[in-house]
Write a protein that binds this ligand. Structure first.
Ligand code: DAT
Length: 186
């Protein structure tokens, strides 16, 4: 008698040959810079979700008070679904619970100390309210908790991103991980 289970009793699924990685964290923790560097080192494609939302109008308007767009989650998921199926994407976004769990093989949560995050946000001319909210969010590890609630424990990795040394070491680590993933899924 045969069934659809493998030897460990789990339903087998088709795995991506090239992984999808989510890079998340509070604004200013270095998601975009790190994602670009990972893309350069691995050949994976960087998808900047914030830019995509603005370009393709995947929002329901702009909230002046919070200096942010109101995301249309359904439109965003529809927009990304096909390209995520291809694999090889580095998705860069400050929130992570909205995406389907099945999309990602690795979830990186970038973290930064308040004293480095504050000037990064000031440089971006964020208003005081937005800076305070984001600093509180970082201190309370809101994005890390969201990632741990949304994805399997073993794929969520917290990475410090305080200086260039952290960034380079993070990129190197991810590059090694991608090489191993590819070798295991060839
Ligand atoms: P995010 O995409 O998370 O909002 P970013 O990549 O745009 O962040 O970085 C914001 C600024 O901070 C940018 O000028 C680069 C700098 N930065 C980020 N992470 C850094 C790090 N680990 N070392 C040095 N500078 C960093």
């Amino acid at each position: 008698m045969s069934d659809s289970s493998d030897s460990e009793g789990q339903v087998p699924h088709v795995e991506r040959k090239i992984p999808n990685i989510l890079v998340t964290g509070t604004p200013g923790t270095g998601k975009t810079t790190t994602s670009e560097m990972i893309a350069g080192a691995t050949g994976l494609t960087h998808v900047n979700v914030g830019d995509l939302v603005k370009q393709k109008q995947l929002h329901e308007g702009y909230l002046e008070e919070f200096d942010t767009h109101i995301l249309d989650e359904d439109k965003l998921i529809d927009e990304l679904e096909e390209i995520m199926e291809e694999g090889g994407k580095i998705v860069d976004f400050h929130s992570c619970g909205i995406f389907p769990e099945r999309w990602f093989d690795l979830v990186l949560v970038l973290r930064a100390e308040t004293n480095v995050l504050y000037p990064r946000m000031e440089k971006r001319n964020y208003n005081q309210r937005k800076i305070t909210e984001n600093i509180e969010c970082e201190i309370m590890q809101v994005v890390l908790d969201e990632a741990r609630e949304s994805y399997a424990e073993e794929i969520v990795i917290e990475l410090p991103s305080n200086d260039i040394h952290d960034m380079e070491s993070n990129v190197e680590r991810v590059q090694q991980w991608v090489d191993i993933y590819k070798a295991n899924h060839a």
